[in-house]
Design a binder for this molecule. Structure first.
Ligand code: ADP
Ligand code: MG
Length: 618
């Protein structure tokens, strides 16, 4: 035999092709959910058994398929979404490659029920190993239900590659969350082994984020919004104090498609510079919408990576949109005092940014000038590439008619750029100057370039937070042993809670010992808990902890740290000695984030001499 090349049988070709699209149950979840979205469904249910290894089923109320389409959809390269190559650059749907159902049918047993709105009867199809087993008319709901059973039943090698149920279910959750985040106006539910995991009513994006990522984001989301000729950015970023030590809650969507992009992630990280610890990850859910002709989605089989026609410009916009969002939320307390003298007299000085001001201060007009087609590249040439691209420079270069609000915005933008870096380096305390306490709450401290007003409780909260954070991560806080240990009797449920917290409390300087069922001996406390107060302190910590458990879904340690902080912090109304005040200021400026308390409130406000002089018209 001379000729050795043969065509692969369809089912084998399909199985091989399926490897690109369907690697695990989670991949099928993504494809089936996206098909339901493309079908215009407003109600989509996902049902999972055995981490998707036994069953992945998606039920939608979308437009359904005709009898012929129901048969056709399992063919390779069968799609209703594009008809010619130019369509590739006008994609408005999630799918377009016509591979998903063919792939799923090649490596699993599939049952499809589908009915179009104006048809009395629907179609039922059973297909496995790419072979149709049953096709018959059926009575069914309007829309489509696709059940994928026993994934890789015919490819045992690939079935063996699947991970544990926990790991595979996590992938499923990831995919579900990505689609559900992108379409808050669609109802989604997820049922796993007969238990409902999510039931997501239609609503705003903010609500959807909170439903999916946790209640603790309720007061922790900053709105991001920039609308320009070239692209539109909307979404939310987490306030710096909810940044986590693990990556994870970071989502980019381009034209509603979840994508992974280390490059754009860098843009966001840049915007957070100096606001969060270098090894922590801010939360973000950012939607970038732009003309599909500026994109190539077809560079990756599962479309998680895409190509932008001009990715530098997208980078610059994402970075500045996030910066402006954070600036408006006024993360740096000194910002409000960085305005020029004309504006000093306005309300903006004495009051924080109001909603109305925020609205009029969007950067729309600025961006429009940048992006008008012929100017788009000015960004690059004037700033020498994205890495050094600082919008501060552009603000300076931009000379609009001097409308007050523009000036304010410009100043605010510059202030933001420069302030964060100056904040730590430029500002110095003067150790030989005696601070002044006002109303037993505020502390005025002279600095090298003006003065600051610290809020004694908020400043101390930041200092304590840092100390406790370090304590829980290894460098335990010294405990003062009591000469006469006190006992503390608790309710059974409080005792259970305290037992759980005991090891971490020990790091924080509380030495406890269980004595009987619900009684504890307090052998030691941190130095600043006064003698005689031990029992009360423990009770208050538990109370705070329970409060945080109800209100937020922080991790256990975070809740404990915050409980201890609120319990131990110096309160308003306490008289402090000059030495105590100076020490507090020094500790605050040595902390990880002097500008804000753990709650996100500013810990101090800065007044610079130059502004003071300005205000005096000097
Ligand atoms: P693609 O989504 O890339 O077009 P698929 O293999 O995922 O390819 O689906 C093939 C075709 O089947 C789709 O183009 C669509 O016409 C049809 N289809 C798939 N799922 C559904 C659904 N849930 N409702 C209606 N039509 C569907
Ligand atoms: Mg599809």
């Amino acid at each position: 035999m001379i000729d050795i090349i043969q065509l692969l049988p369809d089912n084998i070709a399909n199985q091989i092709a399926a490897g690109e699209v369907i690697q695990r149950p989670g991949s099928a979840v993504k494809e089936l959910l996206e098909n339901a979205v493309d079908a215009g469904a407003t109600n989509i249910k996902l049902i999972i058994l055995d981490a998707g290894k036994a069953l992945v089923q998606v039920i939608d109320n979308g437009k359904g398929m005709s009898e012929l389409d129901a048969r056709m959809c399992f063919e390779r390269h069968a799609t209703s979404k594009i008809t010619n190559i130019d369509d590739l650059f006008r994609i408005k749907t999630m799918g377009f490659r016509g591979e998903a159902l063919a792939s799923i049918a090649a490596v699993a047993q599939v049952e499809l029920k589908t009915r179009k709105k104006d048809h009395d009867l629907g179609t039922y199809i059973e297909i496995e190993n790419s072979v149709v087993k049953v096709q018959e008319p059926c009575a069914c709901n309007e829309g489509t239900s696709i059940a994928m059973k026993n994934l890789f039943f015919n490819v045992p090698a690939r079935r063996n590659f699947l991970k544990t149920n926990t790991a595979e279910f996590r992938h499923i959750l990831d995919e579900f969350i990505r689609v559900a985040l992108a379409f808050p106006d669609i109802f989604f539910s997820l049922t796993n082994n007969s238990q409902q995991v999510f039931h997501l009513e239609r609503g705003s994006l903010k609500n959807r984020i909170i439903q999916l990522l946790g209640n603790h984001y309720n007061t922790k989301l900053v709105n991001v919004e920039e609308d320009t000729d070239y692209l539109k950015i909307v979404g939310f970023v987490g306030k710096p104090d909810v940044a986590k030590k693990t990556r994870g809650e970071q989502y980019f969507f381009v034209n509603n498609r979840f994508i992974k992009s280390a490059y754009l992630n860098h843009a966001v990280m840049n915007a957070y510079q100096d606001l969060i610890a270098p090894d922590s990850f801010p939360m973000y859910v950012i939607f970038i919408d732009l003309d599909p002709s500026f994109l190539d989605i077809n560079v990756h089989p599962t479309k998680q990576e895409i190509k932008f026609e001009d990715e530098k410009i997208v980078y610059a916009f994402v970075q500045s949109a996030v910066k402006h969002a954070l600036a408006q939320y006024s993360i740096t307390p000194a910002l409000n005092f960085e305005l020029d003298s004309a504006i000093q007299q306005t309300d903006a000085v004495s009051k924080p940014f109001t909603e109305a001001q925020k609205e009029s201060a969007t950067f729309t007009s600025l961006f429009k000038t940048f992006t008008q087609a012929n100017q788009a590249h000015a960004i690059e040439s004037s700033a020498g590439g994205y890495k050094s691209a600082s919008f501060g420079n552009h603000f300076q270069a931009y000379q609009p008619e001097k409308v007050a609000i523009d000036a304010q915005v410009t100043q605010q933008g510059e202030a933001f750029e420069s302030n964060l870096s100056k904040l730590k380096s430029g500002l110095q305390l003067l150790p030989d100057k005696i601070p002044i306490q006002l109303h037993l709450t505020f502390i005025v401290v002279e600095t090298n370039r003006g003065f600051i007003i610290m809020h004694q409780q908020l400043a101390h909260e930041r200092v304590l937070y840092d100390q406790l954070y370090k304590a829980m991560n290894g460098s335990a806080i010294a405990s003062q042993q009591s000469l006469f240990p006190t006992t503390c009797e608790l309710s059974l449920s409080d005792a259970l809670l305290l037992k759980e917290l005991m090891p971490d409390l020990q790091y924080a300087g509380y030495l406890l010992e269980l004595f009987g069922n619900n009684c504890f001996i307090i052998r030691g406390t941190p130095a600043d808990v006064g003698e005689g107060n031990e029992k009360l302190t423990i009770e208050k910590i538990l109370e705070q902890y329970k409060h945080f458990s109800n209100e937020y879904s922080f991790p256990k340690r975070e809740k404990l740290i915050r409980s201890l902080v609120s319990q131990q912090s110096i309160k308003s109304g306490k008289m402090l000695t000059p030495m105590e005040m100076l020490l507090l200021a020094e500790q605050l400026f040595a902390s990880s984030q002097p500008n804000s308390a753990p709650s996100g409130a500013p810990a101090y406000l800065e007044f610079k001499n130059e502004y003071l002089l300005d205000m005096f018209h000097q």
